[in-house]
Design a protein around this ligand. Structure first.
Ligand code: GDP
Ligand code: ZN
Length: 368
């Protein structure tokens, strides 16, 4: 396997070179299962684990490799095994904020990120043009996509069952300013060529969207096969039992790469400020015309947002989903704040203890 076809490029090459170790081989994670990794390399698929030093240096969950990551390996070809010494910097990533198990709610609930997929170039937001069609959901997924650092494309699937594709398209256009929107039918095969050309060779894509919108069917169409399972990999777990697992990074016949992990499939809408602003740039623009800089857009005088709602220029439900997302973000921020404050107290405590220790010593010496 030529690693360029897996997405290897000059940028990753220079990251690897900066590690200054000629014995390192690059590999891309195609599957992770309880910290046992399957990596694709120029020497084929290998089973790998992180080195002791890596384990020791890792500060949080997101430091560990995830599917799509490039890593620096030392290879034991005879065993078909390898050790991961470093994870190369990520170009983009999709993560889920995880509340760490073991930490109590009263503890402020430490948040950590679990990376679901890394180094993604393109994200297809799939939405069904059937009963699933939901403009609010598209907004939220769009917000996730912007946060990841990858480029979003909206895929409206099941065009075959939609009586008025044009109307739906118009509605989506109004909430997805400047985003490419494709209408396709995985069943009938329409629009698939356009979809295919959106994933250039060597570029990596993910498909997001709620269950049943047709993600697997679309990926299978791109694969030209009728099964998502493209050949399992046999690995031995820590007790030496062999299990067959499925690769989660697939190279398409057209040269594009698709990552499809169970975690990504369940990804829930959350985001950060930037994603929110980009998704709701129209509302932020309106808000900049409110009379008060800290306008809450409730019933303040001179509120441009309220005015736009009453004139029909802004859809009230769009405004409500903006507020809802904002609330979720504020909640996550507060959690981070609690964590930051505890850290501050700990440091102050440490300084205080050090200070009194020094004072005591001086006193003993009769100097204070
Ligand atoms: P996933 O959960 O997003 O992976 O969705 P699936 O690919 O499993 O598809 C869910 C259902 O939708 C299946 O019964 C598919 O046959 C059906 N489906 C997928 N694409 C289309 C389409 O373009 N048109 C219609 N009518 N049905 C589709
Ligand atoms: Zn306002």
């Amino acid at each position: 396997m030529n690693i360029k076809s897996l997405g290897w490029n000059d940028e990753f090459e220079s990251h690897l070179n900066s590690l200054n170790n000629d014995n390192y081989t690059p590999g891309r994670i195609i599957r992770e299962h309880r910290k046992i990794y399957i990596v694709e390399t120029e020497q084929g698929q290998l089973q790998a684990e992180v080195s002791g030093r890596f384990m020791h240096a890792a500060k949080c969950l997101s430091d560990f490799p995830a599917v799509g990551d490039w890593v620096a390996l030392s290879v034991r070809p005879d065993e078909k095994r390898a050790t991961i010494h470093a994870r190369l910097p990520r170009k983009s990533s999709f993560s889920r904020k995880a509340v760490l198990s073991g930490s109590k709610k009263t503890d402020g609930g430490k948040t950590d990120e679990q990376v679901l997929a890394a180094n993604i170039d393109k994200v297809f937001l799939v939405c069904g043009l059937d009963d699933n069609f939901n403009i609010r959901r598209i907004e939220r997924y769009l917000s996730i996509a912007w946060d990841s650092g990858a480029n979003p494309v909206i895929v409206l699937n099941k065009a075959d069952v939609c009586p008025d594709v044009e109307a739906c398209l118009e509605e989506v256009e109004s909430v997805a300013i400047g985003v490419t929107i494709l209408t396709v039918s995985a069943i009938e095969g329409s629009g698939l060529d356009q979809l295919r050309t959106c994933i250039s060779p060597g570029k990596t894509a993910v498909f997001l969207g709620s269950s049943g919108v047709g993600k697997s069917t679309l990926i299978n169409r791109l694969l030209g096969e009728d099964r998502l399972d493209t050949g399992g990999v046999r690995i031995a777990d820590s007790r030496g039992r062999h299990t067959t697992i499925h690769r989660e990074l697939i190279v398409l016949p057209s040269g594009g790469i698709v990552i499809d992990t169970p975690g990504l499939r369940e990804i829930q809408a959350f985001g950060d400020e930037e994603g929110l602003s980009r998704t709701f740039s129209d509302i932020e623009e309106l808000a900049s015309h409110c009379r008060f800089a800290d306008c809450q857009h409730q019933n303040e005088p001179g509120c441009a947002v309220r005015n736009a709602i009453s004139s029909g220029e802004l859809d009230e439900s769009r405004f409500n989903s903006y507020l809802k997302l904002q609330k979720e973000l504020a909640h996550l921020e507060r959690r981070k704040d609690v964590k930051a404050q505890r850290q501050l107290y700990r440091e102050r405590d440490k300084k205080y203890r050090q200070h009194s220790r020094e004072n005591n010593e001086l006193r003993k010496k009769g100097l204070a």
